[in-house]
Design a binder for this molecule. Structure first.
Ligand code: SAM
Length: 472
């Protein structure tokens, strides 16, 4: 029944295979010989199968857990260095016809103010985001064929790319909208999107159907096979995620890796990124009503094990998590984070008083972007506003090949340095600027390819003189 190459949800996320893997992991959580063998394989940076990774996730041997965290940190360094890519969500509309019981956008919710941005309002949001320094957005919308049809999303993407305010521009629009048809994915592809993002919420079919009682999202197979349709439509950068807290985390972790294996087996391209959202308080949602919440230690272990299992896949953490939690996860494998986010429709240009707020969920990290940038640099990271890969055609299998051979640093590192320079000149506070310029001087010295180094030095000079958007 289990077949990673199959295009049928119930075969590539085979429930029995998940259960057998969980039993195998439980049986072997203290099997030091096996755990050592898995760690040896992981050290070769070839990734792990879902079953092997499940054993590490369950491992109860303290010394081995230390090794797992250490290895996650090393792999993160090898593939992503000290770079952290920044982005922000942009909520277009919270009209929704679904009944997702954990999400305040659900149709039955009459207390949340419903809003949908006009193109003029989108322009204002984008100007506000550009003025913060953002170059990369993830657009978000509820599912509502009448209020938010694909034409609305496409028009909005066009508007976002068209806004050029001062030195600002949005250079990459990622899209997080409900599962749709191949035809619509083709339209999104033609609109020049970066990544298509869709969270599975939960991989357990029974739980999924219970938590999505009404609306088109109720259809487990249609939702789970969405990435297949996106791939068939030519979108080869897709981003997976589950909403931790809805179902047993061991189940979600194992199935999430099976999904990644499926994409690789069926299309030759694993997911571009994996998100790890946890359920949060929201308008009429109380997270304690869901009894599968995970503590920070378990969360850190999940992040570390995903990092080890899929070394070449980006990992994303949002402002759902606090500053402390984000700091802890960064070195375990996170490569992208949102900053200065608002989860309400229209919240960047015109923040609403709380009782009129249309936020999707409460944010834990409320710091402005400049503070986040300074904090990242203080922690030893290199904040990046790079959007070059997809604009240079490095998507899907081409990106994966470069990444698997740990070559991505030859592109990403110089691009991070140059986009940070743009940020410092155009948007940073004096303090951030001072720290950033010192960091750039240090990071340029780490570029070991002389040609690249010389080009970066020349381009930094040009950026100082007002030119923008250099990239490898
Ligand atoms: N409507 C689209 C869909 O169904 O996939 C877009 C997604 S929605 C705007 C973005 C994500 O927010 C959802 O996929 C879900 O995982 C997450 N989300 C919903 N309610 C949440 C909550 N209470 N706390 C944290 N995240 C939540």
């Amino acid at each position: 029944m289990y077949n990673p190459k199959s295009k049928k949800a119930e075969e590539f996320i085979c429930h029995e295979e998940v259960l057998e893997s969980l039993k195998f992991a439980d049986d072997n959580k203290n099997n030091i010989e096996l755990i050592d063998k898995i760690l040896e394989k992981a050290k070769t940076r070839q990734g792990l199968s879902h079953r092997e990774a499940a054993v590490l996730l369950d491992c109860e041997i303290p010394g081995k857990n230390d090794e797992i965290f250490k290895l996650a940190n090393e792999i993160k360094q090898d593939y992503y260095g000290n770079r952290i890519v920044l982005f922000a969500p942009l909520y277009l509309s919270n009209y929704c016809v679904n009944g997702c019981v954990y999400c305040p956008y659900h149709k039955q919710n009459t207390t949340i103010p419903r809003r949908k941005l006009t193109q003029e309002e989108i322009r204002n949001e984008v100007i506000a985001l550009q003025d913060m320094g953002h170059k990369r957005l993830a657009i978000e919308a509820g599912e509502d064929p009448q209020n938010n049809p694909i034409e609305y999303i496409l028009e909005s993407i066009k508007t976002i790319y068209s806004v050029k305010h001062k030195n600002g521009s949005i250079r990459r629009v990622n899209v997080n909208i409900a599962a749709t048809s191949v035809e619509n994915y083709k339209k999104l592809h033609d609109a020049g999107i970066g990544t298509y993002v869709l969270f599975q919420e939960t991989y357990n079919k029974e739980t999924y159907e219970r938590l999505h009682p009404t609306g088109p999202k109720h259809n487990y197979a249609y939702h789970t096979e969405a990435m297949d349709r996106a791939m068939q439509a030519g979108i080869d950068d897709v981003s997976l995620g589950v909403l931790f807290g809805l179902e047993l985390y061991r189940y979600e972790f194992t199935a999430l890796l099976m999904h990644a294996e499926h994409l690789e087996a069926a299309y030759g391209v694993g997911p571009h990124a994996i998100s790890v959202p946890r359920i949060k308080k929201a308008d009429d949602i109380d997270p304690s009503a869901f009894d599968n919440g995970i503590d920070d230690d378990t969360f850190a272990k999940i992040v570390a094990c995903i990092r080890i299992a899929t070394p070449y896949t980006g990992m994303i953490i949002s402002t759902r998590e606090s500053e402390e939690c984000r700091a802890r996860l960064l070195h375990l494998g996170i490569s992208q984070m949102s900053g200065g986010s608002k989860t309400s429709v229209g919240g960047y240009f015109n923040p609403m008083p709380e009782d009129e707020d249309s936020s999707q969920f409460d944010i834990s990290d409320r710091r402005p972007l400049d503070e986040v940038i300074k904090w990242l640099m203080d922690l030893g990271y290199l904040p990046s506003f790079c959007t070059a890969c997809y604009r240079k055609g490095r998507t899907g299998d081409r990106f994966m090949e470069i990444c698997k051979h740990q070559q991505i640093k030859n592109f990403c590192h110089p691009n991070a340095i140059m986009t940070l320079k743009e940020y410092l000149l155009d948007y940073a506070s004096d303090e951030t600027k001072e720290i950033g310029n010192k960091l750039i001087a240090k990071e340029v010295e780490t570029l070991d390819n002389e040609n690249i180094k010389n080009t970066v030095i020349e381009d930094l000079e040009k950026i100082e003189h007002g030119e923008r958007d250099f990239r490898f």
